[in-house]
Design a binder for this molecule. Structure first.
Ligand code: HEC
Length: 106
């Protein structure tokens, strides 16, 4: 019985460790998304809302954002700038940016 008790304690500790690792991974993920998003804010007014003549990315529709970025990246959407900028991001990064920006308040 004592052995079972000890194993239970041990498995709870392992679970706690796994949960802590997952939680810190999620945080690192958020930070990475914020870092990537910071590169966009100069032109898009990411955090403070739209500036005249510039589209804010805060609160964008996730699907539209992803489609626009993929279209820029794969040359389906003509652009003066974004076709080049978008190539710096993997498809997974674009998904992460979509999650990040769609979660921001407008
Ligand atoms: C140097 C200025 C600049 C930066 C930095 C920039 N953009 Fe853009 N963005 C533009 C311009 C200009 C357009 C209009 C399309 C074009 O001519 O390139 C645009 C258009 C867009 C659009 C399409 C908006 C729409 O409604 O059609 C999206 C989405 C977008 N940018 C996302 C981003 C993301 C994400 C980043 C950061 C990774 C970023 N932009 C960084 C200048 C910028």
């Amino acid at each position: 019985m004592a052995l079972v008790g000890r194993m239970l304690v041990l498995s709870k500790s392992v679970l706690a460790l796994v949960l802590a690792a997952v939680a810190s991974w999620a945080c690192a993920d958020d930070l990475q998304a914020r870092d990537m998003a910071a590169a966009c804010s100069a032109c898009h007014g990411t955090y403070t809302g739209a500036k005249p003549g510039k589209a804010s990315l805060a609160g964008v529709n996730k699907d539209i954002f992803t489609r626009n970025m993929m279209d820029f990246k794969y040359g389906r959407k003509p652009a003066t700038l974004m076709h080049q900028l978008s190539k710096a991001y993997s498809d997974a990064h674009i998904e992460r940016l979509a999650d990040y920006f769609s979660g921001l308040k407008q």
